[in-house]
Write a protein that binds this ligand. Structure first.
Ligand SMILES: Nc1nc2c(ncn2[C@@H]2O[C@H](COP(=O)(O)OP(=O)(O)O)[C@@H](O)[C@H]2O)c(=O)[nH]1
Ligand SMILES: [Mg+2]
Length: 203
């Protein structure tokens, strides 16, 4: 089965994207496959509202497990399956909490092992100061440099519903001319049509 990893820094909206994109793709009840450290996979059932309430958080590193949703996607006359994978966000430095460090290590392994990467960035995280050499935060730069060469890859510029997002998006687009960058709002399910097109071309 084909796999798509949704990755990026903490709090950028990865879990929001995964839940709301699954809903956009026609999922009515969420069956979340959660990989346990012990090795087995538990299946947690949620209504979409319940999932949003319980799994989306303003706190950093709220997602520690690798959790995935299986999407059934109609393509022509056939149904294709895609695993949409959500995991712990990556941040700079050495995290003081061992559990988070291990969760980040699992994410790094997933980035290495998954062929299709959707890299979510928070459009507010764009650096506008002329003194900065890069417009991206270091962790985002690392993900981009690795995944854009090795993988099928796109950046989803999230939180486009916020003020100043348009200006930041223009700067980002200018800066990353060779990369697919799709503006989205996970919260309001905006920009999902473009993402769906990309997903359809992959499955
Ligand atoms: N304004 C706005 N907030 C968002 C959007 N997507 C996610 N958020 C908020 O960002 C925070 C982190 O979301 P979450 O999905 O848990 O991020 P994760 O750590 O990357 O999984 C939550 O407070 C969300 O409500 C968006 O498109 N617009
Ligand atoms: Mg999360």
């Amino acid at each position: 089965m084909k796999k798509c990893l949704v990755t990026g820094m903490p709090n950028v909206g990865k879990t929001s994207f995964v839940i709301n994109f699954a809903e956009y793709m026609g999922v009515k009840e969420l069956k979340l496959h959660v990989k346990q450290v012990a090795g087995y996979t538990a299946i947690n059932n949620y209504s979409l509202d319940e999932a949003r309430r319980k799994l989306i958080s303003v706190k950093d590193n709220a997602t520690k497990e690798v959790q995935l949703i299986k999407l059934e996607i109609a393509k022509g006359k056939s149904i294709k399956e895609l695993q949409l994978i959500d995991s712990c966000g990556l941040s700079d430095g050495i995290h003081p909490d061992e559990e988070v460090r291990l969760a980040m290590a699992r994410t790094l392994k997933l980035i290495r092992d998954t062929e299709f990467i959707l890299h979510i960035i928070d459009i507010n995280n764009i650096k506008k100061d002329k003194k900065d050499r890069d417009i991206l935060l270091p962790v985002d730069r690392l993900i981009l440099d690795y995944a854009s060469l090795e993988k099928r890859y796109a950046i989803l510029a999230n939180k486009m519903d916020l003020s100043c997002a348009e200006l930041n998006f223009k700067l980002l687009k200018n800066h990353l001319r060779d990369i697919i960058v799709i503006p989205i709002s996970s919260l309001y399910k905006e920009g999902f049509k473009e993402v769906k097109k990309m997903v359809l071309s992959y499955v």
